[in-house]
Design a protein around this ligand. Sequence first.
Ligand SMILES: NC(=O)c1ccc[n+]([C@@H]2O[C@H](COP(=O)([O-])OP(=O)(O)OC[C@H]3O[C@@H](n4cnc5c(N)ncnc54)[C@H](O)[C@@H]3O)[C@@H](O)[C@H]2O)c1
Length: 290
Amino acid sequence: MPPAATENVPAPAAAAAAPSKPEAQPYLSTMPSSDFSWQITLANKVVAITGANRGIGLGIAEVCLANSAKFVYSFDLMEPGEDFAELQKRYSNFRYIQTDVTSEESIENAINKVVEETGRIDGLVANAGMTKHQPALKFDREQLDKLFNLNVYGAYFCAQIVARKFIELGIKGSIVMTSSMTSYRPNRAAPSAPYGATKAAVRNMCHTLAMEWSQHGIRVNSISPGFVQTAMTYYVEKSPDWDLKMQYYGGMPRLADPRELGGAYVYLLSDASSYTTGIDIPIAGIVGAW
Ligand SMILES: NC(=O)c1ccc[n+]([C@@H]2O[C@H](COP(=O)([O-])OP(=O)(O)OC[C@H]3O[C@@H](n4cnc5c(N)ncnc54)[C@H](O)[C@@H]3O)[C@@H](O)[C@H]2O)c1
């Protein structure tokens, strides 16, 4: 039974004596505005991507830049290499801030720097991650701690810290996390039970964050890549039975170019996805859908 409508109404005397409350801030409407542009674009948007000095992050950065992002920042621990420099030659609005996503202080400093430099931040891709392949019977606590610290805690604190910033600035921000097809099923080519668990945690936390933060106009989604050609998958094509495995898996018998994932990130970061939150998009050329 719902409580009687009068139950929470204070008596007039009590109401008069109550200390004055700070005025409640109205939540941001998630509806598109009347002058909304229906083009899928990142024009005027400032986006930060963790781990974008190489690999999938760099591929996402390139596609964001090709779709008119105002600035794209890579938050990465590693010094930028040649691939980063090559993209920056084409896009001077691609920037790097040395960041360790396993440190809340470092994440906060990086986000503050973006806002200092550009006046805003509209999107964050929590992408930095690592794996370790070995039989489940061999993993020790230290190895698990390392994986969870980067893949799960890193993604969580990036999301929490940028969400606080979105709320402070009154920005309807978008958060996208890089999960993995291993969050659904084992990677038969190179199993790693703890890695799959970290990616399932990433995919799962998006549901609840999306639910809690929708009242602030913040959306949270994830993308689950299959096999993508990066340093992380160096072993795949070297494997002597690679062709056979590909035949066995079915689907597209190749690794993805990291940029082939980019369109989905652009969509989720753009205002075109204003009613899309709490979902995962698997991108695996069917190969990863083992
Ligand atoms: N490659 C694949 O096939 C594949 C498939 C599914 C999911 N993923 C996920 O995609 C993401 C990117 O993977 P990738 O293949 O591009 O890997 P990668 O190793 O090529 O790139 C990872 C980047 O993260 C950075 N990084 C590592 N620790 C960091 C830290 N503490 N702070 C900031 N940056 C840090 C690295 O310096 C590097 O630039 C990861 O989360 C990974 O789990 C990859």
